[in-house]
Design a protein around this ligand. Structure first.
Ligand code: HPA
Length: 244
């Protein structure tokens, strides 16, 4: 298995990673967000990619998701754990908690969302009934258990376009649709991984109550503070996943 971690807001680098190399790749779809960093975490070789670039400068709607995923495939990656900051919509999804979503709804638009667009021999439709690979989710749930981290074990992730946060009416609509979490980068990342046959699961770190669900407006300070609190759990969980 070659495991990759895609780090989002709050995780632009893995400081525990004992870096052994860096690869600058280009792909038929353009350049990935950053160099692919190879290194050892807990004695295991892994690959790390900063989704928003390093430093953190690429907004969610401008990320070259196709290049990012193509590059990982090129490097022989078979499993991706995507770390992503989210807003919490439903009651369990309190700031600084970690959730392992099992479903998603895509509200994003205008993103390059497939490898199966041009020069096709035949039209291709991937199955996406379970957008997060069940076996990899299970490994994350077991790792959380071993690390004694209390996580929310299911949830529906709604992917919005950003970069602005949502209105409270949009969040109420998403809640009626069945969303528990809201983020801006889950799609098309998950679908592109499926198109290339790479297992994919997400660790969603709740950064704030979604619009209208908390007291007052959402501040960047609040987001940074909760992400910092949640990231230590993410690191413990990843360590347990890798040593399992
Ligand atoms: N909405 C969308 N994406 C997010 C949020 C949010 O409230 N918080 C962190 N990422």
């Amino acid at each position: 298995m070659t495991l990759a971690i895609i780090g989002g807001t709050g995780l632009t680098q893995l400081s525990e990673l004992n870096i052994t190399g860096r690869q600058t790749l280009t792909t038929p779809y353009g350049d990935p967000s950053a160099d692919y960093v190879t290194g050892e975490l807990n004695g295991q070789q892994i690959i790390f990619l900063a989704r928003h670039g390093h430093p953190h400068t690429i907004p969610p709607h401008k990320i070259n998701y196709r290049a990012n995923i193509w590059g990982l495939k090129d490097l022989g990656v078979t499993k991706i754990v995507a770390v992503a900051a989210v807003g919490g919509i439903t009651a369990d999804m309190a700031p600084a908690r970690i959730a392992i979503p099992d479903q998603l709804i895509d509200y994003s638009y205008g993103r390059e969302q497939t490898f199966f667009a041009d020069d096709l021999d035949e039209v291709t439709h991937i199955d996406f009934t379970h957008p997060y690979t069940p076996s990899l989710r299970q490994q994350l749930l077991s790792a959380a258990d071993s690390a004694a981290i209390s996580i929310v074990s299911t949830g529906t992730y709604g992917c919005t376009q950003g970069p602005r946060l949502e209105t409270s009416a949009e969040i109420l609509r998403m809640e009626r649709d069945g969303c528990d979490l809201v983020g801006m980068t889950g799609m098309p990342e998950a679908a592109l991984a499926r198109e290339l046959g790479i297992d994919y699961a997400a660790l969603a770190v709740v950064a704030n109550w979604a619009a209208g669900k908390g007291a007052g407006e959402i501040s960047m300070e609040e987001i940074a503070q909760h992400l910092e609190a949640g990231m230590s759990d993410v690191l413990n969980l990843l360590n347990c996943l890798i040593s399992a």
